[in-house]
Design a protein around this ligand. Structure first.
Ligand SMILES: CSCCC(=O)/C(O)=C/O
Ligand SMILES: [Fe+2]
Length: 215
């Protein structure tokens, strides 16, 4: 139990089991396996036919999601407050990614789309617009996670991932963090970064199972 959190806060912040995840085309979050074409990164890159990534597969990779009421943000959303408290997210800022709003836009966009990992969780809450967070699964496939207004996404320390805008070309998101933020990306290969082995160890049997599947 998190110190100081009430039962109500714990319930509001609770992780949903994957079979109740708010994933799908009518939800703020949707996930699918990507094709390998090198067309514009902002296109959806769905396979034909589309192959959704099941919530259980994302959960097994350590990804966590919530669909929040973005309209409630400005008036102080109790669910977001509870998640922040229970998960210890003490830092918060806001990033808007458009050519006009983001200094060094072209360079930043390129950097976000380089496959990388971080030494902490990456936590983003979409307030406006949308974008794609791609994560690598254990068979080296890219899973594209489409995050729209209301999507709160947590991707684990040590997972290889990247970010791109979609064809809407705009996103405003909250960046949350435990303590003083460290944004440094470690571009692949980053096997020497302790967070990578920590991540793989955290997956436990999933790594062995995936090796068998990939063989
Ligand atoms: C919408 S947040 C921009 C992407 C980012 O901060 C990051 O680290 C991507 O991996
Ligand atoms: Fe990142």
């Amino acid at each position: 139990m998190v110190e100081g959190a009430t039962a109500e806060e714990l319930a509001l912040a609770a992780e949903l089991p994957p079979n109740r995840w708010p994933l799908g085309p009518d939800s703020p979050i949707e996930a699918w396996y990507m094709d390998d074409s090198d067309e514009d990164q902002r296109l959806p890159h769905r396979l034909t036919p589309n192959q959704p990534c099941p919530a259980e597969a994302l959960h097994a990779l350590g990804v966590r999601v919530w669909a929040l009421d973005a309209d409630a943000y400005e008036r102080g959303d109790p669910q977001l407050a509870a998640i922040r408290k229970v998960r210890g997210y003490s830092y918060e800022d806001r990033i808007t990614i458009t050519p006009e709003a983001l200094p060094n836009y072209e360079e930043k966009i390129k950097g976000f789309y380089q496959e990388h990992l971080h030494t902490d969780e990456e936590i983003r809450y979409v307030l406006e617009g949308s974008g794609y967070f791609d994560v690598r699964d254990l068979q080296e496939r890219w899973v594209r996670i489409w995050n729209k207004r209301g999507a709160l996404l947590v991707i684990p320390e040590g997972i290889y991932h990247r970010f791109t805008l979609d064809t809407g070309n705009s996103i405003t998101a909250l960046r949350l963090f435990v303590g003083v933020p460290v944004w440094t990306p470690h571009n692949r290969p980053a096997e020497h970064v302790p967070s990578r082995s920590k991540y793989l160890a955290s997956l436990g049997g999933n790594v062995e199972a995936s090796a068998v599947l990939a063989a």
